[in-house]
Design a protein around this ligand. Structure first.
Ligand code: ATP
Ligand code: MG
Length: 266
């Protein structure tokens, strides 16, 4: 349990996004599995923001990310994307809405029975009527961007963990979706490839003006690319602010985490 006397623990600094500007808006979101995992989460992510979510293991980061696409259904509260309250949509409406998201989950979730090219093109085929050559070209361009040119015909079972991650990213970015959710986009990659992936995500996010919610435990790289950052701790969003505010935070939990100090309340 977090020490409530910790500076800054009484209140989370207000997000700069008013609900009207927010592309992704979580209000009073709660989720309990065996224990409470999300405790009254209020988060506004402005349109065109690259938002980083950090925090210790099992603090609720992935569940929060999934709840933003309603892949985890909150017990209470509302989730809105582009002004649409997702909690009121039926299954068909929700699935249609999710097609406008680019998503990468922690386990990649590639289809084992599809080739790399088929995996990457999957979101495209369901969205648009495109010519075969056009799809082929787009897949090749995505593969080049993630440094895996020529991998079209491989199957996921014959890829390394890092390669699967990069294929997942190629798939998540192929539609240029206005909202993207990334869980650990660079986990398991070497430092150079990780940096390239973060740079790629940042560049594409800026070019497209998309709104990105990204979870990463690669803190230095995360903080070097995001516009705003949040920190989860035991199911609570204990920090929401700019990178500078996170670095200079006097909250003992945030400060210890951001500076990676071994001693402290964590
Ligand atoms: N479907 C589920 N059923 C039951 N418990 C779950 C489920 N999904 C997550 N949890 C639990 O919720 C808590 C938060 O999980 P979550 O995956 O969000 O952690 P995390 O912050 O992403 O951690 P990590 O950094 O290790 O990925 C954990 O205790 C986890 O065991
Ligand atoms: Mg996780």
């Amino acid at each position: 349990m977090r020490d409530s006397n910790s500076p800054g623990s009484q209140s989370v600094p207000a997000s700069s996004a008013s609900p009207a500007d927010a592309m992704i808006q979580l209000s009073g979101v709660r989720k309990t599995f065996a224990q409470p995992v999300l405790k009254n989460i209020n988060l506004s992510i402005p349109t065109g923001c690259l938002y980083g979510l950090m925090g210790p293991g099992a603090s609720g980061k992935s569940v929060l990310l999934k709840s933003a696409a309603l892949l985890v259904k909150p017990d209470a509260g509302s989730v809105s994307v582009a002004g649409q309250d997702l909690t009121v949509l039926d299954q068909t409406g929700l699935q249609a809405f999710r097609m406008s998201f680019g998503m990468l989950f922690q386990n990649n979730a590639l289809f084992d029975f599809m080739t790399v090219a088929e995996n990457i093109a999957f979101p495209l085929k369901r969205l648009f009527e495109l010519e075969y050559d056009q799809v082929k070209e787009m897949v090749a361009e995505r593969l080049e961007r993630v440094g895996l040119s020529g991998f079209e015909a491989r199957f996921p079972a014959n890829l390394s963990g890092g390669q699967k991650k990069r294929i997942g990213l190629a798939r998540a970015t192929i539609t240029g979706a206005p909202v993207q959710l990334y869980d650990e986009p660079a986990a398991g990659l070497d430092p150079v490839t990780s940096q390239k992936i973060f740079d790629l995500l940042r560049r594409e996010q800026q070019e497209a003006g998309s709104t990105v919610l990204m979870v990463s435990t690669d803190l230095d790289r995360l903080l070097s690319v995001v516009d705003r950052v949040g920190m989860m701790y035991e199911g609570e969003l204990i920090f929401d602010g700019t990178v500078d505010e996170a670095r200079s935070s006097r909250d003992t939990y945030v400060s210890q985490f951001v500076h990676g100090r071994p001693d402290g309340p964590l």
